[in-house]
Write a protein that binds this ligand. Structure first.
Ligand SMILES: *Cc1c(COP(=O)(O)O)cnc(C)c1O
Length: 348
């Protein structure tokens, strides 16, 4: 690996108590180019602008995938990743769907480790603090013919993050627009999936909602996921979540929560969840919680949901909240405050 260090760190210019999520980046970035049919020697260079021709295929055909993960630091200054091999496996699953070549595991893990060692001071200890890590791949071949690129750049950039507290959110169940279709790219962290959500989400925001919970594109009768989070529903003491398929992203937070809940003796039903049953449960007072789960915020509780123009409120205070309980359980593992018998924590 070729390494070019920044002469002086930018870290003293950063106010770590007033970070806007994903807008301040660390001193270095990792990059590796795919040319002539193979990934070349990776390098770490100072974070900054790079030159790409306007005809690069990523700008025209959206051949781009990404990942989102975090590094955490305990009170003794040890830094950890959470299930990083799952992110490696998933970016390659996303890549395969977009005809992007697989990125080797050693390059991913070694590059990440080296980068985080160099920018280690940017990982702050303390509950809620983390380093958000964004690996991604873009098509870099020049030329506007609609065919897969023969050149790519794999990169990792990192942004320090504070506790992501958005409060409770108001969601609306999708009835017109769709995020993903059968046989499509919904399961992939493909850049275009997010662009396609911006317009409908803006409309929902204009109506006073924070997020859309997407439903199946064919009937709009089954609840799938939010734009960057998988969804959980607590009906009585049972936790419901949709099974992953080619329309739903296989979230690492989702599968970790399923596991922790099962181990805690909670009944978890992984099955299609209908809009009708959630509305009925809400009307009967049995819908106790609804929350999104994803790396950025871990858990985001829902305050109300709307469907057919009617708002349904969730109880404001539930004893033994699953959202809080499993967020804490996950955080305790991530920050090295609890035993990790699953082997999820990986020391840097
Ligand atoms: C990233 C993402 C999630 C959450 O996945 P995690 O691995 O838990 O961060 C859920 N849904 C979508 C669409 C996503 O892009």
């Amino acid at each position: 690996m070729k390494i070019t260090q920044r002469p002086t760190s930018k870290i003293n210019d950063v106010d770590f108590n007033n970070l806007v999520f994903g807008s301040t980046f660390t001193d270095h970035m990792f990059q590796c180019d795919f040319v002539d049919g193979k990934w070349k020697e990776p390098e770490i260079v100072p974070y900054g602008p790079m030159q790409i021709e306007p005809s690069a295929k990523v700008f025209h055909y959206g051949q781009a995938v990404f990942e989102g993960m975090k590094a955490f630091k305990d009170d003794d200054g040890n830094a950890f990743l959470f299930r990083p091999e799952d992110n490696w496996a998933r970016i390659n699953k996303s890549s395969a769907r977009l005809a992007i070549p697989e990125f080797p595991k050693e390059y991913f893990m070694d590059g990440m480790r080296k980068l985080l060692t160099m920018d280690n001071d940017w990982i702050k200890s303390g509950d809620g603090n983390s380093l958000y890590i964004r690996p991604f791949v873009i098509a870099t071949q020049n030329g506007v013919s609609a065919s897969p690129s023969n050149a790519y750049r794999f990169m990792i950039i990192c942004a320090p993050a504070q506790a992501y507290y958005s409060g409770k959110v108001k969601v609306v169940f999708a009835q017109k627009f769709s995020r993903a279709a059968d046989g499509g790219v919904g399961f992939a962290k493909a850049a275009g999936n997010y662009a396609a959500q911006f317009y409908p989400t803006n409309l929902a925001k204009a109506d006073g909602y924070d997020q859309i919970v997407w439903t199946d594109a064919n009937t709009h009768e089954y609840l799938e996921e939010a734009g960057t989070m998988n969804m959980f529903f607590r009906v009585g003491d049972t936790l419901l979540t949709a099974p992953t398929n080619d329309r739903i992203l296989d979230g690492i937070t989702r599968k970790s929560i399923i596991k922790l809940a099962q181990e805690a003796g909670v009944t978890v039903e992984v099955r299609p969840v209908s809009v009708a049953e959630i509305k009925e449960a809400a009307q009967k007072g049995k819908l106790l919680e609804m929350f999104g789960a994803g790396t950025a915020a871990v858990v985001v509780p829902v305050e109300s949901f709307a469907h057919d123009g009617v708002d349904h409120k969730l109880p404001s205070d539930v004893s033994d909240s699953y959202a809080q309980r499993f967020k804490k359980a996950l955080n305790d593992i991530q920050y090295n405050r609890a035993a990790d018998h699953h082997g999820w924590r990986v020391k840097i």
